[in-house]
Design a protein around this ligand. Structure first.
Ligand code: GDP
Length: 448
């Protein structure tokens, strides 16, 4: 199939040491030979693959001095012939080189088109491509690791092994249907139940890792809650190490939800400061209160802040709102001493947002109450909603099949098992039916 030459600036646009302009397609050398002139007196057509050549990158208006490398199909990222120009980084330079490539036989690549071609050419699975995008977008170490694990096909391999198990099951049913007189029925039913139970359990394990996976990828949402003046903005500043929120001692001045992020043990935590959860006649402030309530519902953890020297029924009311959620009760202003008004709320931790005392302990507590101890970065985590949905659907089909094994003919049960297989296949992006059938027959040569 014909594949047009596509070109794009592959590095971020801006002033930088080096930039990469990449061309992929059937004939990127046709484009390159019009604009790259190596120091060694040879044509780009004589380039040895994977070797950098120094030379002049010529546009219609200017020249740059840089490098060019040729990756020969299929040994390239896209699986196609690919050319990379390594020029100096700069908006005018890279745009000029791009324009030259466009007028020399390449068209502008669409978003993700290089990766899409890599997928079409079987260089990576769909979930691997998703991992790659996750890695590029990651702002925390844990995000990079989660993306990398997907990118390196960890999930696809796992899913493929589960699909193989299901394929075995389907093959045994096929045998059962075709050779009922061989009395395979009882044996195959037992194996079938065993294998399907194994697969659904494995799927369940993956599904239950989704929350952790999401935390690794997107970060954990933490809401700071407490009545006005308990020190939420001060705590946020202390955690973020800068004065983003406005600190004031007039009650109710934190009208917006001020947001910031910190990394604790390589995991990203998104912090939300809330306007005190209190009813207010002031329209702007009550908007803030509505927003606060919304954040409260979306938070993975609520840090409920108290000033015990100033404890009132208002604190008690807020506590009633949050006590059944994942909450950490924190007494602020410990620097003021232990003078306190009695109450029946259990304090998890005492801190001072002002002096910074116990702020590190608070960070540890936030981590423990959410992500928990001992993340195994090499574990199998589900990070994508799409994968979660596919696995949920697969599990539903397989569980249904399991529930029917004893009451329905196996060829009917096979329909749901096959649907389960198909849902799993959505993760890697594999196409379905023919592959299953081929697989079944290649494994079981029973003469058919
Ligand atoms: P918010 O309304 O909950 O956001 O509270 P603020 O952060 O604006 O703090 C209210 C007042 O309490 C300010 O005057 C802060 O300086 C003060 N404050 C905050 N944290 C502490 C603390 O740990 N110790 C003391 N002594 N004062 C604090």
């Amino acid at each position: 199939m014909k594949s047009e030459n596509i070109v794009a600036i592959s590095t971020a646009l801006g002033a930088s040491g080096v930039a990469v302009i990449r061309i992929s397609g059937d004939s990127p050398l046709d484009v390159a030979e019009k604009m790259f002139f190596p120091l060694e007196k040879l044509s780009v057509r004589d380039f040895e693959p994977n070797k950098m050549y120094v030379g002049e990158i010529k546009t219609d208006k200017f020249s740059d001095f840089g490098m060019c490398v040729y990756f020969k199909a299929p040994k390239s990222f896209t699986g196609e012939d690919t050319i990379e120009f390594h020029s100096h980084g700069g908006v005018a330079i890279t745009k000029g080189i791009l324009e030259k490539a466009l007028s020399s036989g390449a068209r502008l690549a669409n978003n993700g088109e290089f990766t899409k071609r890599a997928f079409i050419n079987g260089k990576l699975s769909l979930s691997s491509a998703e991992g790659l995008i996750d890695m590029i977008n990651a702002e925390s170490v844990s995000g990079v690791k989660a993306g990398y694990s997907l990118y390196r096909e960890k999930l696809t391999k796992k899913i493929t092994s589960l699909q193989d198990k299901i394929t075995e099951v389907l093959a045994s049913i096929d045998v059962d249907i075709d050779y009922p007189e061989e009395n395979l029925d009882k044996v195959s039913r037992e194996t079938l139940v065993e294998n399907l139970t194994f697969v659904t359990n494995e799927i369940e394990k993956l599904l239950s890792s989704f929350k952790t996976g999401q935390a690794l990828k997107n970060g954990v949402n933490v809401a700071l809650v407490g009545k006005p003046n308990t020190g939420k903005s001060s705590l946020l500043n202390s955690l973020l190490h800068y004065d983003k929120a406005i600190v004031s001692d007039i009650a109710g001045t934190t009208r917006d939800v001020v947001e910031g992020s910190i990394d604790i043990k390589d995991v990203r935590f998104n912090l939300f400061d809330t306007a005190g959860i209190r009813e207010s006649g002031d329209k702007i402030e009550s908007l803030g209160v509505d927003l606060s309530k919304k954040i409260l519902n979306q938070a993975d953890l609520i840090v409920f802040l108290l000033d015990l020297a100033d404890f009132s029924s208002e604190d008690q009311k807020i506590f009633e709102l949050v006590k059944d959620k994942n909450v950490l009760v924190v007494m602020n202003k410990m620097d003021k001493g232990d003078e306190k008004i009695e109450n029946n709320i259990n304090i998890d931790l005492k801190i001072s947002a002002l002096t910074g005392e116990n702020i590190e302990k608070l960070k540890d507590a936030i981590y423990d109450k959410t992500v928990g101890e001992g993340i195994d970065y090499n574990g199998d985590y589900l990070v994508e909603q799409r994968h979660f949905e596919a696995l949920k659907n697969a599990k539903e089909k397989l569980s249904f099949a399991l529930s029917m094994v004893d009451s329905v003919p196996l060829d009917v049960v096979a329909i749901d098992i096959k649907d389960g297989w198909d849902y799993l296949g959505e993760i890697s992006g594999k196409t379905a039916t023919e592959e299953i059938i081929n697989d079944i027959f290649s494994r079981f040569c029973v003469g058919k």
